[in-house]
Design a protein. Structure first.
Length: 322
């Protein structure tokens, strides 16, 4: 069976998380055995890649011992003013949490521009290589590609990426999307496209068609899932309803052990996506030392069977929790 990698999600680096805490979390993650890093040109308003690249060099981490996924298509609007503004915004949110909505709204005014052209792909790849201080990228993805509105240049960009594979600048390419797996699969089939990798949101329990994912995996497309804890309904709501419906004893019967929500619920959710869908990697943004430790243990240790998870899923459906 495929062993799922735990990926460190870098979306918050030099955005929500400052440089000091970003470097600390990267160090903890690597020491915990995490060697898959998910980043993008647009993260940290264009500065996150440089921080990751410098970290790998300064820590003398062998390039062959890490896997780096980056993305293009969302081009950062970075300048001196934005760098100063994001530091101020981070400090304001830290001291006044209620200001988060206002800060998000202001950030939207300088959000990355969408550009899926060969010209931008070339610029993005070369910038990523320089920023990450490497001579190759393991995986490069179309960032947030809209499969309902195909861009005119997609086949030219794919031809460009295939050429970069042949010359060794990248090892694989694919797509990162927020859209449904069924829409994505139909698009690949109708356009006769077969990428190397596909990154999708976890979404929620029972939200993905297992057969569709299996069909993609059978075509040697690596499936990467992200944000297992940002699901609908939320983890807190799922386990609140289980408690309200007096279902803890049934959960304990399914998993064969005493159920302690505070200790078990995140592990159950993370393990669910690993065991049910068998993805190549699960990417999580984690900057708390305890979260890094718990998540790595959950991925490495096969404590719960697929049959147990399927029983758990049926319980949630039966009682209309999902």
């Amino acid at each position: 069976m495929l062993v799922t990698k735990l990926g460190f999600g870098c979306a918050s680096i030099l955005g929500k998380i400052d440089k000091k805490n970003s470097l600390y979390a990267l160090k903890l993650a690597h020491e915990a055995g995490i060697n898959y890093f998910d980043i993008a040109r647009s993260y940290g308003w264009g500065e996150a890649e440089s921080l990751l690249g410098n970290f790998l060099i300064q820590e003398k981490i062998s390039r062959e011992n890490v896997e780096i996924t980056t993305k293009f298509g969302l081009s950062p609007r970075n300048n001196k003013f934005i760098r100063i503004a994001k530091t101020l915004a981070r400090n304001i949110v830290n001291y006044i949490p209620q200001s988060q909505t206002i800060v998000k709204s202001a950030a939207g005014q300088v959000s990355p521009k969408i550009d899926f052209t060969v010209k931008n792909a070339t610029i993005s790849l070369n910038t990523s290589l320089k920023s990450l201080r490497t001579d190759y990228i393991d995986n490069i993805l179309f960032h947030g590609y809209d499969f309902e509105n195909k861009s005119d240049d997609i086949f030219e960009v794919i031809e460009f990426l295939e050429a970069q594979k042949k010359c060794g600048k990248i090892r694989s390419y694919g797509f990162a999307t927020y859209q449904s797996i069924e829409l994505v699969n139909n698009f690949f089939t109708s356009q006769n496209i077969k990428p190397d990798i596909l990154q999708i949101a976890c979404g929620g329990i029972g939200k993905h068609d297992s057969m569709t994912l299996k069909n993609l995996a059978d075509k040697d497309i690596k499936i990467v899932m992200y944000s297992p804890f940002r699901i609908e309904p939320s983890i807190a709501l799922i386990f609140e309803q289980l408690k309200d419906k007096n279902l803890y004893s049934e959960i304990e019967s399914i998993f064969g052990r005493k159920f302690i929500p505070q200790e078990n619920m995140h592990q159950i959710i993370l393990s669910y996506f690993q065991r049910i869908y068998s993805p190549y990697a699960i990417v999580i943004s984690m900057f708390n030392p305890q979260h890094i430790k718990i998540n790595q243990q959950a991925v490495q240790q096969e404590k719960i069977s697929k049959e147990q998870f399927e029983s758990f899923e049926r319980l949630l459906i039966l009682h209309k929790i999902i």
